[in-house]
Design a protein around this ligand. Structure first.
Ligand code: G1P
Ligand code: ZN
Length: 541
């Protein structure tokens, strides 16, 4: 075995986005693309010599090959140990847990999350730091800087490591430790939740459907829901991970998880339905005849948290990303705890969690989590809901009605315009941004604008400032409109329009109807049709 030093030149477009570097798989497979980025990670984190890393991915096309490259590059740069999930698989929350549990210096997660996989799909690489969370911007900026000046990378010339057999092997001086991807994560879930109550729930005939969407949570859900908690066989569907996610779009929302939605809205629906995404950090919650928006889900978890053993002492605080609805704010106010508003992306929760300022956090994009790891966690959210239902002995539908009666209902929807012309989308945002100072006090679509700004976040822990995180427009009476450009898309630009309207009386409306004035205001203020060249959103969730 020898270390090869390969001459290379910087490759454009290696700036990590909302969640790591995400590109079309084909781009990642181009000569030096992956290697340049991995070497730049080593540079950005001050070298990998003598360090311990965790490595795994969601199993999509190119996962297995990329894992071998990472191992050979870690060995060539002097890493001491890499802990790898068997067959290079690890869900994102399981990777976060392993980093923390094993005291690793960091980890590499191979995933493009909910983006489709396969030769024509997407691939991604995320670096997580020693706290188990996504690298903060101070680190990703160093990585990006390194991608712009790279001249060479180091890689071992050797056979592929055997990642199918549990145990230790060496590559040069580096130890490769292959571990069961599920075991440590399942043990953590058993510490957090009341597994006896969940076993009793399933034993009483409670029926559930969990759609793993052909992605990474299949093995985790089989082991925890069916094998440990006794949910009937067949509870987990699409539970065998495939490299192209069954040619599907592994994003757990009513659009992409439509078969599950249809079943849950049907006459013979089970009591509870849930789904998770490509890498297992997102979740969708749906009861019999009742979809729960991710923003509402966060609020319900916060309101019922003390029913869960791990949170029985109460919450330190909660946090939500800026576009997430204000439903959780209302719960926090009634509990008398802090509610933080952060930019989009899980990395902004890390400091708050590390500092013990909040216990639960969530995003409108189907992400919910707590201080048990430093990533959002799909199956954790599902178990949280099951634990609430087991204790409360109430249906999802009744629980939601009760919640809205107590706190009001924040009707919520997100309209996405995908793959639009980037110049046009930027012009739309720039134009609206320029008009923000003049908007407060003016009327649009029958509503009065109370506030309008371009969201900037001052991290209360490290004092760092993050600007231009989306346009926020608040209306009198509690409605809200947010516009921002996606940081995870791989083609053109994606405009996200987030719509919210608070109702304290009419709790049973159709969401799009309840949001009609806000939708009209968005068009009037931003000229979305003209700016995107689209008559309607591509995806409404
Ligand atoms: C999207 C979501 C965001 C989430 C991210 C990674 O980012 O909106 O909440 O953290 O995926 O899962 P976006 O494409 O909007 O930048
Ligand atoms: Zn994900």
């Amino acid at each position: 075995m020898t270390i090869q030093t390969v001459a290379t030149t910087p490759i454009e477009g290696q700036k990590p986005g909302t969640s790591g570097l995400r590109k079309q798989t084909k781009t990642f497979q181009e000569p030096h693309f992956l290697e340049n980025f991995i070497q730049s990670i080593w540079t950005g984190i001050g070298g990998v010599a003598d360090k311990t890393l965790v490595l795994g991915g969601d199993g999509r096309h190119f996962n297995a090959e990329a894992a071998q490259v990472v191992l050979r590059m870690a060995a060539a740069s002097g890493a001491a140990r890499v802990i790898v999930g068997q067959n290079a698989l690890l869900s994102t929350p399981a990777a976060s847990n392993l980093i923390r549990k094993r005291g690793a210096n960091g980890g590499i997660i191979l995933s493009a999350s909910h983006n489709p996989g396969g030769p024509d799909g997407d691939f991604g690489v995320k670096y997580n730091t020693a706290n188990g969370g996504p690298a903060p911007e101070t680190v990703t900026e160093k990585i990006f800087a390194a991608t712009k000046v790279i001249t060479e990378y180091a890689i071992y010339e050797t056979q592929d490591a055997d990642l199918s057999t549990l145990g230790e092997q060496t590559m040069g001086d580096m130890v490769i430790e292959v571990v069961d991807p599920v075991a440590d994560y399942a043990a953590l879930m058993a510490e957090i939740f009341d597994f006896d109550a969940l076993k009793a729930l399933f034993a009483s005939g409670f029926r559930m459907r969990f759609d793993a969407m052909h992605a990474i949570t299949g093995p985790y859900a089989h082991a925890i829901l069916e094998d440990t908690l006794g949910a009937e066989k067949g509870t987990v569907i699409n539970g065998i991970p495939s490299t192209d996610f069954g040619k599907g779009h592994p994003d757990p929302n009513p659009i992409w998880a439509k078969p599950l939605m249809d079943e849950m809205m049907g006459a013979s629906a089970p009591d509870f339905g849930a789904a998770s995404d490509g890498d297992g950090d997102r979740n969708m919650i749906v009861g019999k005849g009742q979809y729960v928006t991710p923003s509402d889900s966060l609020a319900v978890l916060a309101a019922n948290a003390t029913l869960i053993p791990a949170y029985s002492g109460g919450l330190k605080g909660v946090a939500r990303s800026m576009p997430t609805s204000l439903a959780v704010d209302r719960v926090a106010a009634s509990l008398g705890i802090d509610c933080f508003e952060t930019p989009t992306g899980w990395k902004f929760f890390g400091n708050l969690l590390d500092a013990g300022r909040c216990t639960l956090c969530g995003e409108e994009s189907a992400g919910t989590g707590s201080d048990h790891v430093r990533e959002k966690d799909g199956l954790w959210a599902v178990l949280f809901w099951l634990n609430i239902l087991a204790k409360r002995k109430i249906s999802v539908k009744d629980l939601m009605v009760e919640h809205w009666r107590a706190y009001g209902r924040n009707y919520y929807s997100r309209h996405d315009y995908e793959g639009v012309d980037a110049a046009g989308a930027n012009a739309l945002m720039d134009d609206l941004r320029a008009r923000l100072p003049d908007l407060p006090g003016t009327d649009v679509a029958g509503m009065t604008i109370a506030s309008a700004d371009d969201f900037a976040y001052d991290d209360p822990i490290d004092g760092s400032r993050t600007e231009k995180q989306g346009i926020r427009i608040g209306f009198e009476g509690g409605a809200r409109l947010v516009l921002r450009l996606s940081g995870t898309g791989t083609v053109g630009a994606t405009l996200r329009v987030y719509l919210e309207n608070l109702e304290t009386e009419a709790l049973d409306k159709d969401a799009q109807e309840a949001l009609a004035p806000v939708i009209a205001a968005a068009e009037a203020l931003a000229g979305i049709k003209a700016g995107t060249g689209r008559d309607a959103p591509d995806v409404i969730t």
